[in-house]
Design a protein around this ligand. Structure first.
Ligand code: UD1
Length: 417
């Protein structure tokens, strides 16, 4: 298994480009099922999760072609089967996004329940309740969620929690339902806006994405087309935190600074200098960072997907910081890994108190999940000595060539088999 080896403490500076957003690409790829015409997606990141989704689509009858340079062409004109394979779904929860589109297109779907993962139980009850509201009969059979309907009918849906995945799955299902669906208490993440833009480009009639209330007027069918995936705000945020941690200056190009304002405000509170431009930002910190308090919340609040990386930065801040995780019940696995590098962190229920230390020391550590893995890379880059990160397959799920791109900023980082 591959490892990432970092010799820490080298000053970093320069610019780094942000790729297309994983969390926008995955639901949009599932949305291709709603059309029978060719769809071309550009700015798709080359990630393991994207390959998994392409394989899920292939298994249900949608062939795709990747040009090796961020463009995928899909052909959803063939016979589609209603069943997604367990072997793939169990490796990636986002595979469950095919449920809404399959149900809308075939009036039946059978998708394995994705199960929990390292960061939490992650049920799909809100997705299933929504399918029922649209007129589907839903049951659990042999570990799969099974839904059937004579037809889907527009409805009024109030989500129990603004779940990102449920908002996306239901938006896709309602796009081909008969009549109008009004969804309330929706998630407002930028990826939901991107999915709505893509579906509207294909002929859907969706209004209000990005606000708590989304209205969908069902249409009979969606056509094909070309769509460019939005920039990845978690990548942008990870690099912004890196800019605050190292004593250089890092410019983050090809991003949407508006999507990470909650993080930018936190970095400024910590004493980092952040300059915002139209599609880029520059982050530097000339003095020691200061302790802060942060709480993860649904968008536009501070994102849970940047919690581990922010914690890596706070390990070296002056004073004691608190991070409260309200979205996932078990998202502090990186704490014990950071502690192996000399961090001083205590956990009280869903809050972590980070007592700043003068320095971190390189150590062998594990990427316990995707974003925790990114946090270990950040910590390794500012630690004294050598850090060896194991289980890097987690990092490959969400960051394309992270090692190569960070090396261009002047880091001493390499990947070993
Ligand atoms: C998406 C993102 C993930 C991010 C998360 C929260 C993708 C592919 N993944 O995941 O990176 O960390 O949003 O911003 O876009 N919940 C239920 N029942 C449901 C659905 C969710 O109880 O039916 C709970 C979850 O267990 C969790 C919370 O709601 O505690 C938020 O989950 P959700 O917003 O659905 O996250 P995902 O869509 O899975």
């Amino acid at each position: 298994m591959d490892k990432i080896i970092i010799e820490g403490g080298h000053p970093l500076s320069g610019s780094i480009k942000v790729n297309g957003a994983k969390n926008a690409a995955l639901p949009i790829m599932a949305g291709v099922i709603l059309s029978s015409d060719p769809v071309k997606l550009t700015n798709v990141p080359a990630l393991d999760d994207v390959v998994t989704m392409a394989n899920v689509l292939k298994a249900i009858g949608v062939e795709s072609e990747f040009d090796g340079n961020h463009t995928y062409k899909f052909n959803p004109s063939g016979t589609i089967t209603e069943e997604a394979p367990y072997e793939l779904v169990k490796t990636m929860r986002a595979s469950f996004f095919v449920m809404g589109p399959l149900l809308a297109r075939l009036k039946k779907a059978r998708v394995p329940l994705p199960g929990g993962c390292a960061i939490g139980v992650r049920p799909v009850n809100i997705h299933l309740k929504g399918f029922e509201a649209l007129g589907a009969k839903v049951s659990i059979d042999g570990g799969c969620a099974v839904a059937t309907a004579d037809k889907l009918v527009g409805s009024s849906i109030i989500l129990d929690f603004p779940s990102v995945g449920a908002t996306e799955n239901l938006m896709m299902a309602a796009s081909l339902a008969e009549g109008k669906t009004v969804m309330e208490n929706c998630a407002q993440e930028p990826e939901i806006v991107d999915l709505a833009k893509f579906l509207n480009r294909m002929g859907a009639k969706i209004e209000g994405a990005g606000s708590p209330t989304i209205t969908i007027n069902g249409v009979e069918k969606l056509g094909g087309g070309t769509y460019a995936i939005m920039p990845d705000r978690v990548e942008a945020g990870t690099f912004a935190i890196l800019g605050a941690m190292t004593k250089g200056s890092i410019s983050i190009e090809n991003c949407e600074p508006n999507h990470i304002m909650a993080l930018i405000n936190k970095l400024r509170e910590m004493g980092a200098e952040v300059s915002i431009f139209e599609n880029s930002l520059t982050v530097k910190a000339t003095k020691a960072l200061k302790a802060i308090e942060a709480k993860t919340l649904p968008y536009p609040g501070f994102a849970t997907d940047m919690q581990a990386q922010l914690m890596a930065a706070l390990c070296l801040a002056e004073g004691s910081s608190t991070i409260t995780e309200t979205i996932f019940e078990n998202r502090f696995m990186h704490v014990s890994e950071l502690a192996r590098m000399g961090a001083n962190i205590t956990i009280h229920d869903r809050s972590a108190v980070i007592h700043g230390v003068k320095s971190l020391k390189g150590a062998p550590v594990s990427a316990t999940d995707l974003r925790a893995g990114a946090a270990m890379v950040l910590a390794g880059l500012v630690a004294q000595g050598t850090t060896e990160i194991n289980q890097v397959f987690h990092i490959d799920r969400g960051y394309e060539d992270l090692v190569g791109r960070i090396r261009e900023l002047g880091a001493n980082i390499r990947r070993e088999e």
